[in-house]
Design a protein around this ligand. Structure first.
Ligand code: ADP
Length: 258
C-alpha cells in the first residue's frame, strides 16, 4: 500500500506549516485575577515532523495544545490548522475539524470501555462517515503488537496495550496532526518507550505530523524539535536528531533511515 503516495496526493508541499499560531493569548479568570496562560505565542509546526512541547507545570503547554487543536477558544490571536482558521468557528465546525483532521492520544488513553479494541480504533473514521482502511488497520495493529487483542475491551488490556490501541485510533484516519498529551504519563518506562517509538515511526514512515506535550525530557528526545514554554511564552526552540523507534510502520515499505 502506497501510504507515502497517499500523503503526497493531498497536494501539500513537504515543508509547509500544518499549524500556524500567531500572537496567541489565552487568559483565564481565577477568582478576581486574570491568569495569562498564553502570553503572545507565535509558532509554526511543519508537516511530517515530531514536535515536543516542554516546560514546567503551569507554563501553558496544555493550553497551547487545547487552543491549537480547537478544544478551547483563544482570547486573541489566530490558529490556522491545515489551512483552516479555527478562531471564530462554531462548535459544530470545530467538532468537524477535530474529527476529520486531528488525532488525539491522551495520558489516560480515553478508550470507550464498552467497545472492543477494534471498535475503538475505527470509531473516529466511522463517526466522520468514512470506512476504515482495513489493510491499514490490520497493519498498524500488527506493528503495534495488538492484533491478537482486538476483540478485547480496554479493561482486559494492559496500560501499554491500551495506549497502543489509542495510537492506532489516532493514526487510522490519517489526520493532519496527531496531538499527544503526556502519552507516557501512565505507563512504565518500557511501554512508554514503545509508544514513543511508534509515534516516531508514524512520522518517519507515514509522514504523520505529531505534536506532543510532555514534562519528560526522555520523551522529548524522540522529537525532531523541542519547543520550551515558560510563563505562557516560547522561550526555547531546539532542533534535535531524535531517538529512533523500534519498528517500521509503513506496510511493505522500509522506513526512512536517519
Ligand atoms: P501546563 O500544561 O504547562 O502545566 P496549563 O496550560 O495547564 O500549563 O496552565 C497554564 C496556566 O493557566 C496555569 O497558571 C493554570 O493554573 C492556568 N489554567 C489552565 N487552565 C485553566 C482553567 N481552566 N481555569 C483557570 N486557570 C487555568
Amino acid at each position: 500500500m502506497a501510504l507515502h503516495a497517499a500523503t503526497a496526493a493531498r497536494g501539500h508541499a513537504p515543508d509547509d506549516d500544518v499549524i500556524t499560531a500567531t500572537a496567541l493569548v489565552k487568559t483565564y479568570r481565577q477568582g478576581t485575577a486574570d491568569v495569562r496562560a498564553l502570553d503572545g505565542v507565535t509558532v509554526g509546526v511543519r508537516r511530517a515532523r515530531f514536535t515536543a512541547v516542554v516546560g514546567p507545570s503551569g507554563s501553558g503547554k496544555s493550553t497551547l495544545m487545547h487552543c491549537a487543536a480547537g478544544l478551547d477558544t483563544v482570547t486573541s490571536g489566530s490558529v490556522v490548522l491545515d489551512g483552516t482558521e479555527l478562531t471564530g468557528l462554531s462548535d459544530r465546525r470545530l467538532t468537524r475539524v477535530r474529527r476529520k483532521r486531528i488525532g488525539f492520544v491522551f495520558q489516560s488513553f480515553n478508550l470507550l470501555p464498552q467497545l472492543t479494541a477494534y471498535e475503538n480504533i475505527v470509531l473516529p473514521v466511522s463517526l466522520s462517515g468514512g470506512r476504515p482502511d482495513r489493510e491499514l488497520v490490520d497493519h498498524l495493529c500488527e506493528v503495534l503488537g495488538i492484533a491478537h487483542r482486538l476483540a478485547h475491551r480496554p479493561a482486559e488490556l494492559s496500560g501499554g496495550q491500551q495506549q497502543r490501541v489509542a495510537v492506532a485510533r489516532a493514526l487510522v484516519a490519517r489526520p493532519a496532526v496527531v496531538f499527544a498529551d503526556e502519552p507516557t504519563g501512565n505507563l512504565d518506562s518500557r511501554s512508554g518507550a514503545e509508544v514513543l517509538g511508534m509515534l516516531r515511526r508514524s512520522v518517519d514512515d507515514l509522514g504523520q505530523t505529531v505534536v506532543m506535550v510532555t514534562h519528560d525530557p526522555e520523551a522529548a528526545r524522540y522529537a525532531d524539535r523541542v519547543l520550551t514554554l515558560a510563563d505562557g511564552r516560547v522561550v526555547g526552540d531546539e532542533h534535535l536528531t531524535p531517538s529512533a523507534g523500534p519498528a517500521v510502520l509503513a506496510p511493505g515499505a522500509p522506513g526512512r533511515r536517519r
